[in-house]
Ligand binder design. Structure first.
Ligand SMILES: Cc1cc2nc3c(=O)[nH]c(=O)nc-3n(C[C@H](O)[C@H](O)[C@H](O)COP(=O)(O)OP(=O)(O)OC[C@H]3O[C@@H](n4cnc5c(N)ncnc54)[C@H](O)[C@@H]3O)c2cc1C
Ligand SMILES: NC(=O)C1=CN([C@@H]2O[C@H](COP(=O)(O)OP(=O)(O)OC[C@H]3O[C@@H](n4cnc5c(N)ncnc54)[C@H](OP(=O)(O)O)[C@@H]3O)[C@@H](O)[C@H]2O)C=CC1
Length: 458
């Protein structure tokens, strides 16, 4: 429907064609079949959740497919996808302005614009981030020519990359003492490390999600370099369709530099110049190869070491895509994106109908299921004792190469857990965290492998 000045008018508008935005639009379309829902997105394809499976009360698994927006409109005839970036929001006038010069008036708006990589330096062509299909393709292309890369960051992307990359030396610079600080403690890191340092990798455990389909989007990708379009975030199994291989014959070679950050990045000419002109440069310990081979770029770490490499991957987190419209929070994970999109739609619907809404169950407990180094990984609740201070205990069970189980206890109650491997404990532990049962009487037996814990608490 047209509004004043030719602006199209809708009761519900959603910005963003990622998991959050699409889930929100779908839910609104179901709740209000006679309303037109506007989904405004900068990306030419949308992300659709398929094969949704509730693993336990809070853990969910699903496939994600990139699809042309026409498929979404076919499934939900009252969704209208507008492919254009939002350049301005005037919330007091309930208006959004898009890059193609159009404007839309809404009654209720949900912003699900996702995030972009928070790079260690902006505008350096040798520093790459990975977020969407274009940036992953650009990374693959550069890797195909590379002998050595430096990966900075210690979270999800870095963990996946250092494990997957073949035929290219990887210098992994982390500011922590142990790997994977965003998901694991030092114990879990220790458990995982042998998998990383092994020369070869075993066959991946069954891929639980379909690979990305990029119907219709192939021709839109630029041959080199990442596009500046705001694409949707990749997600689980994103690298399965990519050939992550460098120029070398060896399988895997990862060197970890701990407790350091990037101090400075030098382009080749800068590096040569500094070596010639400065008596004091570079200080500290250096790796020998920096002297013998010329690299396109050099990374000086805060521990004094300098590594030459073909390029740097900055896997250092994300910042919300809120420019140009506002500040706000960022969705960090795929499941959270789906839950938040769904819940936002529920809130918009309840408000529009003058009804009240209760907090959704999924927000009671943080729950994430994923895969690192070919192990199933489940994290629940305060899995790293977040916010518990020193007043907590850890209980551990570990069988090298098989499983790692850690639970966080406080006052006899289970607060969180990390489960690596096929432990089969997620549902029981999720219940114990949710119901806050006093487990003091069970003591160490809680993790005794000879006791079938499920029978205890069913
Ligand atoms: C490499 C990688 C691996 C990952 N692996 C996992 C994993 O294993 N498990 C997991 O749970 N999560 C994973 N994640 C995180 C997960 O993919 C994201 O948290 C989730 O997809 C975010 O969804 P979203 O809808 O909030 O945002 P996005 O998918 O980023 O979508 C944002 C949408 O907004 C649009 N947009 C942006 N700005 C504008 C604008 N101005 N106007 C209009 N539209 C705009 C974009 O085009 C896009 O369609 C991974 C992320 C990456 C990058
Ligand atoms: N399997 C999964 O579940 C996966 C999930 N993802 C998600 O995708 C998103 C992007 O992934 P990613 O980029 O890895 O982000 P993450 O937030 O997972 O990790 C960022 C890492 O970079 C570190 N860091 C931040 N700034 C610097 C800096 N200046 N120098 C050195 N290190 C720094 C952080 O340390 P600190 O925490 O101390 O700030 C952290 O270790 C995240 O939301 C992530 O959860 C991605 C891949 C796989």
């Amino acid at each position: 429907m047209a509004g004043p000045g030719g602006a199209a008018r809708t009761r519900f508008a959603v910005v963003g064609g990622g998991i959050a935005g699409v889930t929100c639009a779908e839910q609104l379309a179901v709740e209000f079949p006679s309303e037109d829902i506007f989904l405004v997105t900068a990306s030419p394809v949308i992300k659709a959740v398929t094969n949704f499976k509730q693993v336990s009360k809070t853990l969910e698994e699903f496939d994600v497919e990139e699809q042309p927006s026409s498929l979404l409109e076919q499934r939900y005839p009252n969704i209208r996808v507008i492919q254009s970036g939002v350049k301005q929001l005037k919330s007091d006038e309930h208006k959004i302005y898009t890059e193609d010069g159009k404007e839309y008036i809404y009654e209720k708006l949900c912003l699900c614009a996702g995030a972009k990589p928070k790079l260690i330096v902006e505008g350096n062509p040798y520093v790459l981030g990975i977020r969407d299909t274009d940036s992953a393709q650009a990374f693959q292309k550069n890797l195909a020519q590379a002998e050595r890369i430096v990966v900075v960051g210690n979270g999800g992307i870095a963990l996946e990359l250092v494990y997957e990359i073949q035929g290219c030396e990887v210098i992994w610079a982390i500011k922590d003492k142990a790997i994977g600080n965003t998901f694991f403690d030092a114990g879990a890191a220790e458990f995982l490390l042998p998998k990383l340092t092994a020369e070869s990798r075993e066959t991946p455990i069954g891929c639980k999600r379909t690979k990305y389909t990029l119907e219709g989007s192939e021709e839109k990708r630029r041959p080199t370099g990442a596009s500046d379009k705001l694409g949707s975030a990749l997600g689980p199994d994103w690298h399965e369709g990519l050939h992550l291989k460098g120029t070398k014959e060896f399988s895997h070679k990862v060197h970890i530099e701990i407790l350091c950050e990037v101090k400075k990045i030098y382009l080749q000419q800068e590096f040569i110049q500094l070596q010639r002109t400065s008596l004091t440069f570079p200080k500290g310990e250096r790796n020998l190869e920096a002297d013998e081979v010329l690299w396109p770029v050099y990374v000086e770490l805060t521990n004094g070491k300098i590594y030459g490499c073909n390029f740097i991957v900055s896997a250092t987190g994300v910042v919300p895509n809120v420019e140009p419209f506002l500040d706000g929070n960022n969705m960090r994970l795929w499941t959270q994106a789906r839950q938040m999109g769904w819940y936002a739609a529920k809130c918009m619907a309840a408000d529009a109908l003058g009804e009240s809404i209760e907090m959704d169950f999924s927000f009671e407990l943080f729950a994430h299921i994923t895969k690192f180094f070919n192990y199933k990984v489940v994290v629940l609740g305060k899995y790293n004792a977040q916010g518990l201070g020193s007043d907590h205990e850890l209980m551990l069970r570990c069988t090298k190469g098989h499983e790692y189980v850690k639970v966080v206890m406080q006052n006899g109650r289970m607060m969180g857990a990390v489960l690596i491997g096929e432990t089969d404990l997620e549902e029981t532990f999720e219940n114990l965290i949710l119901n806050q049962m006093d487990l003091s009487a069970y003591g160490e037996d809680l993790l005794n492998p000879d006791i079938d814990i499920e029978d205890y608490f069913d």
